[in-house]
Design a protein around this ligand. Structure first.
Ligand code: GLV
Length: 319
C-alpha cells in the first residue's frame, strides 16, 4: 500500500477509488492548503494528486522524497507544475484533458454572449435599483451572426468553442501550433491564419492556448491595438496570457469594445481598473465548474495516479 497525498478537497468518487488501493491523506480545510503545511504533508508520499492552486516545483518534489512516482494534476492546464523537474526525477506528471472540454467551451461561449450582448451591465443595472425601461437604443450590443471568431489555440477546447460559434452563424479563423484534422477544419469551415491576421480580422478573439513562457503576455498593448475597436476579447485559458494592465487601458480607452474574463493574471486578484469598467464581464475561474466535470476530472486524476503506482502507463500523461 502506497501513500497518496491529495492537496485539496476533491469529489468523493475519486477519494474512494484511491482509498480502495492506498492510504490517502487528503487536505480537508476550507481554505487552500498553506505552503508550509503542504511541504510537511508530502514528505514520504508515493503520489500527489494536485489542484491547480498548488505550485508543484523542485522544492516540493524534494520535500516529498525519492519514492515519489506520480503527480496527477486535477486540471488540463499544468503551468503550476515544473514538468522538467518531475521528469528529471523520474516522476510521471499527468493532467486531465478531454473531460472538461465541453464545460469550458460553454463558459467561453457564455462570456462571448455576455460581452457582446452586455448582459453583465444589464444585470448590474437592475440590481443597483436603477430606473430602466425598454428603449430602441437601450443597452444595444453586437450580433454574432456573420461575424468572425478568432480562436487562439485550436486544441479540444478551442474546437468545441468554434463548434458553438458555427451554430451561431459565425465564421471561424484560428491560430495554432499545428494544423488541425482537415475533416474538423472542413466541418467548421475554419481557416488557419497567423496571430497578426487573426487579430485584425476577428470580431471576437477567444483564447484557448496553454500558458507558458511562449504565451506570457501573448496579448498585450500592441496586439490589442491591432484589433478592431469593435472587437471583444475572451479569456478562459490562463490569466497571464493577457497583459491585464494593457487590457484595462484598452477597454477604458475604447481600443477594443469589450472583454469577458474567467481567468486573471494574478488570480484570485483582479486588476483594480477592470472592476470599474462596464465593458468587461468578470467571472471567477468557472471553466470546468460543473458537478459532472469536476467529478470526471478528479476520477481521471485518481486513475492516473493509480496507474503509475501499479507500474502501468497512465491514461493521460503530460507529453
Ligand atoms: C482549469 O483551469 C484547468 O486547467 O483544468
Amino acid at each position: 500500500m502506497s501513500r497518496v497525498v491529495v492537496t485539496g478537497r476533491i469529489p468523493d468518487a475519486a477519494i474512494e477509488k484511491l482509498r480502495a488501493e492506498h492510504e490517502v491523506d487528503a487536505w480537508q480545510g476550507p481554505e487552500s492548503i498553506g505552503r508550509e503545511e503542504l511541504l510537511r504533508r508530502v514528505a514520504g508520499a508515493d503520489a500527489i494528486v494536485s489542484l491547480l492552486t498548488e505550485r508543484i516545483d523542485a522544492e516540493l518534489l524534494d520535500a516529498a522524497g525519492p519514492q515519489l512516482k506520480a503527480v496527477a494534476n486535477v486540471a488540463v492546464g499544468y503551468d503550476n507544475i515544473d514538468v522538467p523537474a518531475c521528469t528529471g526525477r523520474g516522476i510521471v506528471a499527468t493532467n486531465t484533458p478531454g473531460v472538461l472540454t465541453e464545460a469550458t467551451a460553454d463558459i467561453a461561449f457564455g462570456l462571448i454572449l455576455m460581452a457582446t450582448r452586455r448582459l453583465g451591465e444589464g444585470e448590474r443595472l437592475i440590481r443597483a435599483g436603477q430606473a430602466w425601461k425598454w428603449g430602441m437604443f437601450f443597452l444595444l450590443g453586437s450580433s454574432l451572426q456573420g461575424k468572425t471568431l478568432g480562436v487562439v489555440g485550436m486544441g479540444g477546447i478551442g474546437q468545441a468553442t468554434a463548434r458553438r460559434a458555427k451554430a451561431f452563424g459565425m465564421d471561424i479563423v484560428y491560430q495554432s501550433r499545428s494544423e488541425i484534422d482537415p475533416a474538423i477544419a472542413a466541418e467548421l469551415g475554419a481557416r488557419r491564419v497567423d496571430l497578426d491576421e487573426l487579430l485584425t480580422v476577428s470580431d471576437v478573439v477567444s483564447l484557448h492556448c496553454p500558458y507558458g513562457a511562449a504565451t506570457h503576455h501573448l496579448i498585450g498593448a500592441e496586439q490589442l491595438a491591432a484589433m478592431k475597436s469593435s472587437t471583444y476579447l475572451v479569456n478562459t485559458a490562463r490569466g497571464p496570457i493577457v497583459d491585464e494592465a494593457a487590457l484595462a487601458a484598452a477597454l477604458r480607452d475604447g481600443v477594443i469594445a469589450g472583454a469577458g474574463l474567467d481567468v486573471f493574471e494574478h488570480e484570485p486578484q483582479v486588476h483594480p481598473e477592470l472592476l470599474d469598467l462596464e465593458n468587461v464581464t468578470l467571472v471567477p475561474h468557472l471553466g470546468s465548474a460543473t458537478v459532472e466535470t469536476r467529478t470526471a476530472m478528479a476520477v481521471l486524476a485518481a486513475d492516473n495516479a493509480l496507474a503509475v503506482l501499479r507500474g502501468e502507463r497512465p491514461p493521460t500523461p503530460i507529453d
